[in-house]
Design a protein around this ligand. Structure first.
Ligand code: ACO
Length: 338
């Protein structure tokens, strides 16, 4: 009788892409009634990157993914599932951005689909990859978080246009027999009762494209900023406490706490509530703004490229976004160090 050895999902490699054009607070001062001082004080954001007119979510996702595959040491033919987390897909209905990215990368005949969970999308994607890998259905999953958020931002609305940026990040999640390399735990959840906190009313089956949609600007993101802020701090803190307690890990043992990068004040409040030291907390919000599903993989990539994220070190991911959705994950980085 043969005994099947358990298989674990390992985070093998990371890649990211940041578009060239920078939109600074000084630029925004010329567009809406705001100031560098207000934006810096209330959000910690100094600048964000904006994709070119002819640069789409799939272009950014494909560039990040190509880098992650190269760094994983795998051939593209070995990727057997492509998942793209985005709320700013190339097309709102079909085809999925994951299909377009697969084509751009020359990855043929594999399952490919998108995940819609706003800022939580990348960690949701990791949970999907873990399930596929650990069930034995797939061996090497590409998880991408890519957003052209500038395509749904109203640049006359000062309450939202200062927050968001564009970019992409991607990871390769591979099967391993070595438990030490595998994800420790992952938790993802949602509560649709708060759906109106963050919403893009059109286009969709409720509001198909019409003159009314355009006249009222319903194609742009709307946010109840203050309510979202308070719920974000509460939920993110609770979520991390739960995953740490469940796994018997103290917050001071975490070398890399990588929270969703929406607002420095949220990150600081959560970090303080969890008694995290500054050197434990990844911070990119000042230079990228909120890039939604791309925010966490872009932050992981920054850590890795700067040589701060080493093989075997534990990462604690924590995110929150439209839906409402939230997710946390505890996992070692199991790729090679820089
Ligand atoms: N410049 C100057 N003044 C501004 C600006 C601006 N850009 N934006 C708003 N204000 C004003 C408001 O009009 C208001 O003025 P009033 O008091 O005269 O009415 C005042 O500043 C305070 O506004 P608030 O909305 O209460 O400001 P707050 O401190 O809450 O900051 C912010 C706003 C930055 C949006 C904050 O609420 C926030 O970060 N929210 C959470 C965002 C988030 O985490 N989203 C989740 C993820 S996103 C996703 O999933 C896609």
């Amino acid at each position: 009788m043969s005994v099947t050895q358990p298989v674990y999902a390992a985070f093998r490699a990371i890649g990211a892409y940041v578009p060239q054009k920078i939109l600074s607070n000084a630029d925004l001062e010329k567009m809406v009634d705001t100031s560098d001082e207000w934006i810096t004080k209330r959000t910690g954001i100094k600048e964000r990157h904006i994709a070119a007119d002819n640069e789409f979510t799939s272009d950014m996702g494909a560039k990040a993914a190509a880098l992650a595959i190269k760094r994983s040491g795998l051939e593209k033919e070995e990727i057997d599932l492509v998942v793209c987390a985005t709320v700013t897909p190339d097309y709102f209905n079909m085809p999925s951005t994951a299909c377009i990215i697969s084509d751009k990368l020359g990855i043929k005949n594999v399952q490919a689909f998108d995940i819609s969970a706003a800022c939580s999308g990348f960690v949701y994607g990791l949970s999907v990859a873990k399930a596929f890998v650990e069930s034995g259905m797939r061996k090497n999953v590409l998880v991408i978080g890519a957003e052209k958020f500038s395509s749904i931002v109203d640049y006359t609305d000062r309450s939202t246009c200062i927050l968001f940026g564009d970019g992409a990040g991607a990871a390769v999640i591979s099967a391993t027999k070595n438990k030490e390399e595998g994800f420790v735990d992952i938790h993802a959840s949602a509560d649709g009762a708060y759906a109106d906190f963050l919403v893009t009313p059109a286009p969709g089956s409720r509001n198909p494209v019409s003159q009314k949609v355009l006249d009222e600007g319903l194609q742009y993101v709307q946010m109840k900023g203050n309510e979202t802020f308070k719920l974000a701090v509460k939920t993110l803190t609770k979520d991390v406490k739960e995953i740490l307690e469940k796994n018997n890990i103290r917050s001071e043992e975490i070398p890399h706490f990588i929270p969703h990068q929406a607002n420095y004040r949220i990150i600081k409040a959560v970090g303080d509530a969890l008694k995290m030291r500054e050197d434990q907390v990844a911070l990119t919000v000042h230079k990228y703004g909120n890039t939604s599903a791309a925010s966490i993989p872009m932050a992981i990539n920054d850590l890795w490229e700067s040589g701060k994220l080493k093989k075997g070190e534990l990462m604690l991911l924590d995110t929150f976004g439209g839906g409402l959705t939230w997710a946390s994950a505890l996992l070692p980085f199991s790729g090679e160090s820089v």
